[in-house]
Design a protein around this ligand. Structure first.
Ligand SMILES: Nc1nc2c(ncn2[C@@H]2O[C@H](COP(=O)(O)OP(=O)(O)OP(=O)(O)O)[C@@H](O)[C@H]2O)c(=O)[nH]1
Ligand SMILES: [Mg+2]
Length: 327
């Protein structure tokens, strides 16, 4: 018996074959099932569709489980995400700035999953996240989410090989197809809901290569951007200290040390960090939620006040303030 498939069915089927996400596959399979004329001649097709639908549902469930598992908790004074084309040196840079030892290899696509590491700067720690490469056919949804939630993006460009220049352009084109964008400062686009811009600096890596200067000129011809640029060699260590300081400064945080009312000395080992312009209450939130509820006043020792000045919760903290909170 002929199936007499409708135009709507055939259209949905054609779209299904081109679908690139599980969500689209599911939606189109369900549409096909609805559009399918129900009679003896389509029994087998109906069964096939139902089977495919349950398979796609199972797959998308496990994909979302995986995403949840991959969620990386925020730690330290800020979150910095390293992105770049394949082989740019992201993992090597993480190795030279932290104690982590991600796999580094002379071939592309070595890093498969986003992985956090902690970078020390003075007496604070900053979270750096290594990511899988971005290429014309590859931009992990998890990496997109990480960029959107980052305080700073380091965009690594490989000026040690000609491929690095092509890869930089590919990354830029790929990003332009998404609602995730890079900019000099972070902000939300008010005219396009959901589009976010994340503060970014460019890291020109592999400056130890003999032809790095020529490649930089080539890069400027092929790739337009106005981010601040830093030059590094992740293998020799050149430029790394400057980059470390740049990262810390870009986060624009202040350090606050706490002192217990019963102790003479403050704990100068481990500061709390808040964004510049934030108040004592924001500091209290980091220490303990009870402290916020029961907050009465605080005494401050620091560069901007007389020693031991008594203040309220709306006091804007300064770098290296010592605070003694009273409840
Ligand atoms: N000469 C030179 N080689 C470098 C530098 N940084 C990284 N490399 C080399 O470049 C290759 C790739 O480094 P990775 O750190 O694995 O690159 P990646 O960006 O993490 O690569 P994927 O994980 O595949 O995206 C390795 O052979 C590194 O030793 C550098 O500054 N100079
Ligand atoms: Mg890597």
């Amino acid at each position: 018996m002929p199936a007499n498939l409708t135009q709507q069915y055939l259209k949905a089927e054609a779209e299904y074959r081109r679908a690139t996400s599980l969500e689209d596959e599911l939606r189109l399979l369900q549409l096909m099932l609805r559009e399918l004329p129900k009679h003896k001649g389509t029994d087998k097709l109906q069964a096939d569709l139902k089977q495919k639908i349950s398979r796609v549902k199972r797959e998308s469930e496990s994909a979302s489980e995986k995403r949840t598992r991959l969620r990386i908790p925020r730690q330290g004074a800020g979150r910095v995400v390293l992105i770049g084309g394949p082989n740019a040196g992201k993992s090597q840079l993480i190795r030279s700035m932290t104690r982590a030892e991600p796999e580094v290899a002379p071939y592309p696509f070595t890093t498969r999953e986003a992985t956090p590491a902690m970078m020390p700067f003075d007496d604070v720690m900053v979270q750096l996240i290594d990511t899988p490469p971005i290429a014309h056919d590859l931009f992990d949804a998890h990496v997109q989410a990480l960029i959107r939630g980052a305080d700073l993006v380091l965009w690594l460009i490989d000026i040690g090989t000609d491929d690095g220049i092509d890869a930089a352009r590919e990354l830029q084109e790929k990003l332009n197809t998404t609602k995730t964008r890079l900019a000099n400062e972070s902000y939300l686009d008010e005219t396009d809901v959901g589009r976010t811009y994340t503060k970014t600096v460019v890291v020109l890596n592999k400056i130890d290569d003999a032809e790095a200067d020529d490649r930089y000129k080539m890069l400027k011809e092929f790739c337009e951007y106005d981010f601040r640029e830093y030059r590094t060699s992740a293998t020799t260590g050149e430029g790394i200290e400057e980059l470390r300081e740049t990262i810390y400064r870009a986060l624009d945080v202040v350090r606050v040390y706490t002192k217990q009312p019963s102790n003479r000395e403050a704990d100068m080992e481990k500061p709390f960090t808040v964004r510049r312009g934030e108040t004592l209450i924001n500091v209290a939130e980091l220490i303990h939620k009870d402290l916020v509820e029961n907050f009465k006043s605080a005494r401050i020792w620091g560069s901007e006040v007389h020693p031991g000045t008594i203040v309220k919760g709306d006091y804007v903290v300064h770098d290296k303030d010592i605070v003694e909170i009273h409840t």
